[in-house]
Design a protein around this ligand. Structure first.
Ligand code: NAP
Length: 257
């Protein structure tokens, strides 16, 4: 049995992860932590613990893995708490600054724990990234634009998935410049265009468009349900408890599980 602690337990992702744990045979929820719904029942006798007590809750519940779907500032604290308690990590939160990423990397490395960090745990998006890389290698002279769309409550923009796509394109194309949206007179240069749509209840769409003389190629992923992310995050949780120390990608999880 794998004992799981969850931060962001009352959120959209947290609630789905609890549903999947409820119907699983090999996972047990031992701590559900949030800033809202404190004291409310979540699963069996387990109730929501206050995020302010995360260190004590992890010490008392001794999970094998902490899954975090919160906000960047909270995730940073939760990662520190997991490191102090030597608990493996699955981090799905997006929108970290460069400085926060470097603190997270140092914290995990110096604690010697294993972590899977991914802005997108869906199987389809991980294949989408591979296809983008292949296309970029062959279409290096084409203009490239990323268009992403999410629900109106998403806090960060562009999405973590779009920013990981930017990294892949930068590496494959050798282009540094990013253009976030366009307004007024703006001639197109050697740049990666990035456009974020926020509307209604869109779960998550990503398109990479390559356009050249007389044609365009679009690589597109659409998530219909957050369950694609929850299933992937739990697959990462099962994998990370046996993984060597260090920060691992979802690609590694999918390659060996
Ligand atoms: P959400 O519905 O807003 O859930 C986040 C939850 O975390 C909320 O209940 C929030 O409370 C709570 N929270 C805030 N501070 C906390 C703290 N210190 N400790 C514990 N909980 C805290 O958001 P969501 O849609 O579930 O998404 C959460 C994160 O995951 C976002 O960064 C999103 O971009 C990312 N995400 C990643 C993937 C992936 O595959 N990697 C997929 C979907 C979403 P309040 O609402 O009161 O702040």
């Amino acid at each position: 049995m794998i004992d799981v602690a969850l931060t962001g337990a009352k959120g959209r992702m947290g609630s789905l992860i609890i549903d999947e744990i409820r119907s699983s045979q090999d996972l047990r929820l031992v701590a559900a932590i949030d800033v809202v719904g404190i004291g409310e029942p979540v699963l069996g006798d387990l109730r929501v613990s206050d995020a302010g007590d995360v260190r004590r809750v992890l010490r008392d519940s001794q999970p094998n893995v902490l899954i975090d779907f919160t906000v960047p500032s909270a995730a940073l604290e939760n990662i520190r708490a997991a490191a102090e308690n030597r608990v493996a990590l699955v981090v799905g939160t997006t929108g970290f600054s460069e400085e926060q990423i470097s603190i997270i990397e140092d914290t995990i490395k110096s604690a010697g724990i294993a972590a899977v960090i991914s802005p997108n745990f869906s199987l389809g998006v991980n294949i989408f990234w591979k296809l983008v890389e292949i296309a970029a290698r062959s279409l290096s002279d084409y203009d490239v634009e990323i268009i992403e769309a999410h629900h109106r409550k998403k806090r960060d923009a562009p999405s973590g998935t779009a920013m990981r796509t930017v990294e892949i394109l930068r590496r494959s194309l050798g282009i540094e410049d990013i253009r976030h949206g366009r307004e007024g007179i703006c001639e197109r240069g050697k740049e990666i265009g990035v456009h974020a749509v926020r509307a209604g209840d869109i779960v998550g769409d990503h398109i990479v468009l390559f356009a050249g003389p007389g044609e365009r190629l679009e690589i597109k992923h659409q998530a219909h349900s957050r369950s694609a992310f929850a299933t992937g995050a739990l697959r990462a949780a099962r994998w990370v408890v046996k993984a060597p120390p260090g920060i691992h990608s979802m690609e590694e999880v999918l390659a060996s599980s």
